[in-house]
Design a binder for this molecule. Sequence first.
Ligand code: CU
Length: 255
Amino acid sequence: MNGNYGWGLPVQASTFAKEVDFGINLIHAAMILIFVLWGIFFAYLLFKYRRREGVKASYGHEGILKSLIPDFIVLLFEIGLIVLYAVPGWGRMKLHAPEPALSNNIRIVAEQFAWNIHYPGPDGKFGRFSAEFIDSANVLGLDPSDPDGKDDVVTLNDLHVPLGKPTLAELTSKDVIHSFFIPEFRIKQDAVPGMATPVWFEPILEGHFEISCAQLCGIAHSSMRGDVYSHSPEGFESWLKERLAEKAEADKGRG
Ligand SMILES: [Cu+2]
């Protein structure tokens, strides 16, 4: 797995990664610079205003505006960060969902303590689903009479996505609030019961990564992990074909 985080940021595996990392790196660099400058200034003041014979402290207000200049510089930098980087970047990443017709469409249903992934299969249509059909073999409650659901694939903690196009997911939860987090894709989104939240990303690197739950959701929160595989388009197609063959085999066994 590429999930070897080490000291630096995880590998940049989606189109969002560069822009997100720019902000993280800029903020860290600025904080180090401010920390060092303040430290030097502090030491300078300690020395300059040390206790000496015949010198008394003054408690007047003269020079107070001048002393606020560094704060104003930091404030300007922070406003610039929000207005020039954070808001436009957020807009680029979150404002416009990709066209469903040009995306890999999936549903992600979180539950204590797992990720169910629902693929629409070759017809591109999700089968109807309803709580009344939910049982241990049908965790998403797919309606067995719906033809659109015949070629659907459901996996547990096993997300497969193709390179070359965005993956557009509808994210929800069966029970409590979870948070869908793939560090390498720089994507994190709450999964809220009763809500279908759109979430999208485009992988740019073939590999094996990890989904983790980023919202404390119960006793086994820390083990709520899943695998993510980003494939070449051909690799993704052949993975899907294998799942469909498995499904046909299982249906034969049952029927
Ligand atoms: Cu969770």
